[in-house]
Design a binder for this molecule. Structure first.
Ligand SMILES: Nc1ncnc2c1ncn2[C@@H]1O[C@H](COP(=O)(O)OP(=O)(O)OP(=O)(O)O)[C@@H](O)[C@H]1O
Length: 250
């Protein structure tokens, strides 16, 4: 018997989620290795968000199994997965608008690790604001931030929980190209700090620039997997995107 490889951070085996008669995610298997940036792409309705919800524990799968850092977490709650090292931007959906930026990230630091004291959480939160370029806005209320700053805050809050794997759900959506480049640099710096990143993204240049490997979903299933070049040259992938507004060859 061989044990789980320490280099695997996430292993999905046959994950399936049924909503009534609809198989939103069907028999999805993939492996993410430590330090890897993995993109999940696919046309609208392919099942990407449902998959992310299965990974983070918002949904239990109808069938299948999920391992996080070598442990079977299929039946584990969102909080349990968070404490094991899974972070998700947008997990708390939106920042608390009336709290300051610093307070929002402090909540993340308190939430991520049981027993964290407030001064320690606040110190960690401030470090993360520096790292995400938000230190100058620490005392602003969250609703005063621009969209890009808001995305940075989402990432800072997720990082505050000390994840080893970070899930990002279309964090570039709505950003102007120059802002998206800044967000790409932020994700790279997260990766460089040793955190494995799994992200859903529609903007293909971002996928090309960030992803080590790409999983393509269509109609709930994995259609292809490989490097950006490999999957965008795959005729099945091209066919799945035909008639959609996404420009595949970025
Ligand atoms: N809670 C739900 N109840 C019923 N059906 C759902 C639910 N969530 C998603 N679906 C359906 O499951 C399918 C996959 O949806 P999902 O949102 O996961 O796709 P997606 O790839 O994230 O799409 P998009 O790129 O448009 O966000 C769709 O047909 C959707 O209508």
């Amino acid at each position: 018997m061989s044990g789980p490889s320490p280099d695997v951070v996430l292993r999905a085996q046959g994950l399936t989620k049924r909503f009534g008669g609809l198989l939103a995610v069907q028999n999805v298997s993939f492996t993410q290795y430590s330090g890897e940036v993995l993109a999940v792409i696919g046309p609208n309705g392919a099942g990407k968000t449902t998959l992310l919800n299965l990974l983070s524990g918002v949904y239990r799968p109808t069938s299948g199994r999920l391992e996080l850092l070598g442990q079977d977490v299929t039946a584990l709650s969102m909080e349990g997965r968070c404490h094991l090292g899974l972070g998700r931007a947008f997990q708390i959906v939106r920042p608390f608008p009336e709290m300051t930026v610093l307070e929002n990230v402090t909540v993340g630091a308190l939430f991520g690790q049981a027993g964290t004291r407030l001064p320690e959480a606040r110190e960690r939160a401030y470090e993360l604001l520096e790292r995400t370029g938000l230190a100058a806005h620490a005392d602003k209320e969250a609703h005063e931030l621009t969209l890009l700053q808001d995305k940075r805050l989402e990432v800072a809050r997720a990082l505050a929980t000390r994840p080893r794997v970070l899930l990002l759900d279309e964090v570039m959506a709505g950003l102007r190209p120059a802002e998206a480049q800044e967000a790409v640099a932020l994700v790279r710096s997260v990766r460089d700090s040793g955190i494995s990143v799994l992200f859903i993204e529609h903007i293909m240049p971002v996928v090309r620039d960030l992803a080590d490997r790409v999983v393509v979903m269509d109609q709930g299933q994995v259609l292809a997997e490989g490097t950006y070049r490999e999957v965008t040259a795959n005729p099945q992938v091209v066919a799945a995107y035909l008639g959609t507004e996404t420009e595949l060859q970025a």
